[in-house]
Design a protein around this ligand. Sequence first.
Ligand code: N2P
Length: 379
Amino acid sequence: MKTIYKKKGFWIILVLVLAFAYLAFGGSGEPIEDELIEEEEESEPFVVMPDNPVKMTGETISVYNWGDYIDSEVIDVFEAETGIKVIYETFETNEDMYAKIAMGGSSYDVIIPSDYMIERMIQEELLQPINWNNVPNVKNIDPRFTHESYDPDFAYSVPYTWGTMGLLYNTQTVLEAPDSWDILLDEEYKMDLFMLNAPRDTMAIALVMAGHDLNSITPSDLADAKKLLIDQKPLVLAYVVDEVKDKMIAGEASVALVWSGDATFCMSESDELNYVVPKEGSNIFYDSMCIPHNARNVSGAEKFIDFMCRADVAAANYDYVGYAIPNTAAIELWGAEEYNASPVNNPPQETLDKCQVFKYLGDDTRLYDQIWTEIISEF
Ligand code: N2P
């Protein structure tokens, strides 16, 4: 990520270091100056605050998103451009978000669920169709990401990010690059593994490891997955979600089950980390912006969604968050060559062919929830 170059402290330190080098080496520090010029070019922010921010109008929208999933500067710019205040809340898993919305106690204007949860919420009439006339920047979204199985008519969801699940591993302690999920059962990594505290995701990987389909609802398949996860528990240091990033960067464990965007972030912070989608296959996910059925400010929600689809905004957000984006114009602006060079965010077709989207499993979702509670409660 290039974010570090935007921080003021970075520039102050860089200037001091260069001044010192200049004095110490009698002005012969040309190569360093060249580097500075290169980095300065990279530092151009993608979105800028308007010179004359619009006064707050008193209008608000509430946005409910995953943790660590937006650049807060982007929210500031939205508020300054529109005068609409954003009330921002986060969740850790689709299941947590769903429970809150389905209970009906809270109302949000924009939410960002994943594919299978969007499919469920459409079926349960918890989402409202989007009026595309009010979201013109949808033109920036690559058609490859629209009309997916969870929203086949492309009526309820605006693609935000996408990615795979895979293994983030520390190359200093995992000497041979893993290519199989089996490493998650390797005694050599006892208390040296992080698993995701997200029921559908972790169950899916256990199903794949047991040789089953990751959307299986066959009770004996689920029993195999449950046994595998219970047997694995002595090896697991912790079940985590967003915390995994700091922990892996700090070298607290050798291997973690992660989402690809978190791997991108970690790899930008540490050269010791690498990511692989194991050969047995994995999940591919799409997270999209939606408007819940009981939104209070639909026109504010449309403005926010349209803003997030703008090339400069989506590029800034990608730069910060690290998850792959479905926004062609933003990728161009950010730098298509560098973007496409990342196998993490832009996996080869051969990897994609081995990945499946989660389907909504109807009432059988309850089986997953029960099993997950049993697994977690034993900790
Ligand atoms: C970001 C969560 C990513 C969601 N913290 C993966 N679907």
